[in-house]
Every structure is written in C-alpha cells, then in structure tokens.
Design a protein around this ligand. Sequence first.
Ligand code: 13P
Length: 252
Amino acid sequence: MRTPIIAGNWKMNKTVDDACDLVSKLRESLAPYSTVERVVCPPATSLLPVSAILDESPIGLGAQNMHWEEKGAYTGELSPAMVKEFCGYVILGHSERREYFAETDQTVNKKVKAALNIGLTPIFCIGETLEQNEAGKTEEVLTRQIKFGLEGLSEEEAAKIVVAYEPIWAIGTGKAATSEDANNVIGGAVRGNLKKLFGNTVAESIRILYGGSVKPGNAVEYFGMSDIDGALVGGAALKVDDFTAIVKAAAG
Ligand code: 13P
C-alpha cells in the first residue's frame, strides 16, 4: 500500500504575512487527515516563518526549486543545505522551470541527486505539452524525461522519490486530464519506465501524483484510480477550503 500524498505548489504567490495566515489555517483544517501525507510548498521567502508555524505538526514543508551545487557564486539560487534547514521535500523539474528557466533533463538529474544526497524527498515533475500530446508523443516524452532525469539513481535512491505527472496542457487551464487518461499514463508510461529502470518492487512502491487543474470537484475521481497516489495541486492549494477538500478526498 502506498501512502497518498497531497502537495500544494503555491508557485509565486503569497507574501510572508499571507503565507503564515494560510498555513496557520491549514495546520488546523488538515489535522484530521492523518492517513494522507500533507505537504505545502510556499515561496522561498516564507520557508522559515512557515516552518516555525508547522513545528511539531505532521504537515510537511517543501521548496519549489534548488540548485545542485553545495555553495558558491550562483546568484539567486538556494543550495540543498539551505533548503534542508527548513524542508523535507523539494519540487524539481516543474514544467514552468523547464519552460521559463531553461531547466533540462540533465540539470534536473543533478538536482534530484543533490536532494537525495542531503536527505530531501524530491517531487520529480514530468509531463508533455499539448502539441506533444496531440502528436501522440506522450509516452516518448515521458520515457525521455524519466530516463535522463533519474539517470544514475540506485534502486534504493529511486524508492525515495515522488513523481508528479503533470500534463502541461492541464496546468492552470481548468482542462484537467480525465482520471482514466491520467491513470493510463501513470500506470503505463510512468510506472512502466520506472519498472524498467528500477525493477518491479521499487516501481510499485514509488508514489506517483497527478497534477493539472485538480480541484475539490474532480479530486475524488483521481484517488479511486489504481496507479494515482495523490496530487500536486497549484491554484486550489492557495485556498484553505479547496486544499482541505482535496486532502479529505484523498483520505477516502
Ligand atoms: P494547477 O493546479 O493550478 O493546474 O497547477 C498544477 C501545478 O502546476 C502544480 O505543480
């Protein structure tokens, strides 16, 4: 049995005051759903104050990105150790990072390794564009992202990652993938490639999330699916009631 995870990716939203307000409320509202691993990923400026609010709470904290180098002349970046001071998780390879900040499978691979080395759980994001989807290239794209993004990981390391399948055409568009389609891709191309690389036992143990326009109204459909182990939530993670309803749906 894989423990479901619901992670909120706040993206570039919320000042420190707003982030603290939201997390204080989530700390209460998410408390009953202990069968679900609950994670919030606010902007970097809020990691320290939010970590104080979440002290002794089971809600996990994640960063949205980090650099792979230990330290040095990398203006604007956060090192793995800086993230580890406050967080247990880090989102890596999000499609927005790949699209707007020139991240590649190779740089994402370095980040995944750096996260594992320091004891952070990487939430490793993959997904195809609308164009690739319509051209029937979804499997090919995901195969490449998984092969190169996770290259060089041992089976033991691979067992520690969380994968988020986020079709780019479903992100922030309100056009979510159907639960059947998402489950077919996740059970097929995603878990199938993980099996090829790391064997059946490890691949069956890895949590794979769906992301892309997950809302309270559609969440329950995904969590009934055999291969979907939770969600990476964007817009709906910014509202207490919506995020709580999604966590509740995952708790069953
Ligand atoms: P939305 O839930 O806003 O579509 O965003 C999904 C996402 O990109 C989470 O990382």
